[in-house]
Write a protein that binds this ligand. Structure first.
Ligand SMILES: *Cc1c(COP(=O)(O)O)cnc(C)c1O
Length: 352
């Protein structure tokens, strides 16, 4: 089914996922006089009026070379966003759209970076924000969310119980979900635009990103697909998603060759940001990775620790989830053809 974007909805009447249809072409000559923020790709962002934009002038993060297993790779510094993770890309676009739709109250469920990002942008927009979190979540971890003035709703039971409570609350308030809401992905897609612009409007050969719910991976896929459609790049990069061994439903499904992603019983991993046992966009993630000729891999807790240490020794303080990605890159790099342009990302700051 098709709906107008002025229709304040976050899923289909059938209960299924929604995606945005964007068809506009894109002229890079317009960029010359624009500020170095993610909003420089203004025409490609589905917010109609400039006055609705909620922004901290975020984005256009540096793309810096890094030594990884004796090779040079490029790392996008997305831990340098205002709330400390790349989730600000999605939150800036999603909350701008909420403002445009006249929404005054939202709910979201995330005790991590998505919750912090949504809370920060709601604070700037003057939108009331309820963040649903598991009761078991430590107060320390929730400090950033409450600092932004969001209301915490603590739910007993599992992470799935929290998601169910947020879904029920979304009957009354708008669901600013980073997993369900397609506008979030049209924020995270700016990652691909920035990478291509920083590489002189070429695509990297390989992109290595963390994957749990796929907000980075699917956002990048949308961005590269749009750039390809606009004739600005001649191919998509090979997309490689990295999971933690302890919670790796996507890499298991990839290895098994299935189209769907059966949920799993997760173990405990320090890469909390990608510990998603049943990703609702799992099918889309597998299809995107396969169509790019890529793969989904997983890494051990020791490899994550080792990657975090190695990054620290090069002056980069990143959170464990971000280190998991680097661990994946360290594993894979010797299998990638020499001379390739390999891009990866620091998704979250170590101060978190
Ligand atoms: C959210 C997040 C990820 C992964 O995002 P998914 O949408 O679950 O794929 C990776 N790293 C950090 C730091 C995050 O906050």
């Amino acid at each position: 089914m098709t709906f107008a974007t002025a229709d304040p909805r976050w899923r289909c009447d059938c209960g299924g996922l929604l995606d945005l249809d964007t068809t506009s072409s894109f002229d890079i000559n317009a960029l010359r006089r624009r500020q170095p923020t993610m909003w420089r790709y203004r025409e490609m962002i589905p917010v109609c009026e400039d006055e609705n934009i909620i922004s901290f002038d975020e984005g256009y993060t540096p793309l810096v070379p890094l030594k990884c297993s004796e090779r040079s790779i490029l790392v996008k510094q997305d831990h340098l966003f205002p709330s400390g993770s790349y989730k600000d890309r999605g939150a800036s676009v999603l909350i701008s759209k909420m403002k445009e739709l006249g929404i005054t109250r939202v709910v979201e469920d995330s005790s991590g970076n998505a919750g912090a990002a949504i809370a920060a942008y709601c604070a700037k927009a003057g939108i009331v924000c309820d963040i649903y979190v598991p009761e078991s979540c430590s107060a320390e971890k929730l400090k950033q969310i409450t600092a932004y003035g969001a209301r915490l709703v603590q739910i007993p039971g599992s992470r799935a119980d929290t998601a169910a409570a947020a879904l029920a609350a979304a009957e009354e308030a708008y669901y600013a979900s980073h997993t369900w809401n397609p506008f979030f992905f049209h924020g995270t897609k700016t990652f691909a635009y920035e990478v291509c612009e920083q590489l002189g409007w070429t695509a990297p050969d390989t992109l290595i990103v963390p994957v749990g719910n796929g907000t980075m991976l699917l956002g990048a896929y949308i961005g590269f697909t749009e750039l390809h459609g606009a004739g600005l790049i001649d191919r998509l990069p090979r997309l490689i998603g990295v999971q933690a061994n302890e919670c790796a439903p996507l890499s298991a499904a990839f290895a098994a060759g299935t189209d769907d992603v059966p949920g799993i019983e997760p173990g405990k991993t320090r890469a909390e940001g990608i510990a998603i046992a049943a990703p609702i966009r799992g099918r889309q993630i597998l299809a995107a990775v396969r169509s790019s000729g890529g793969m989904i891999v997983s890494v051990s807790e020791n490899e994550i620790l080792a990657a975090a240490t190695a990054m620290g020794r090069q002056g980069h303080f990143i959170e464990p989830t971000a280190a998991a990605t680097i661990a994946g890159a360290r594993d894979l790099i010797c299998e990638l053809p020499a001379g390739e342009t390999i891009v990866t990302v620091f998704t979250g700051h170590g101060l978190k």
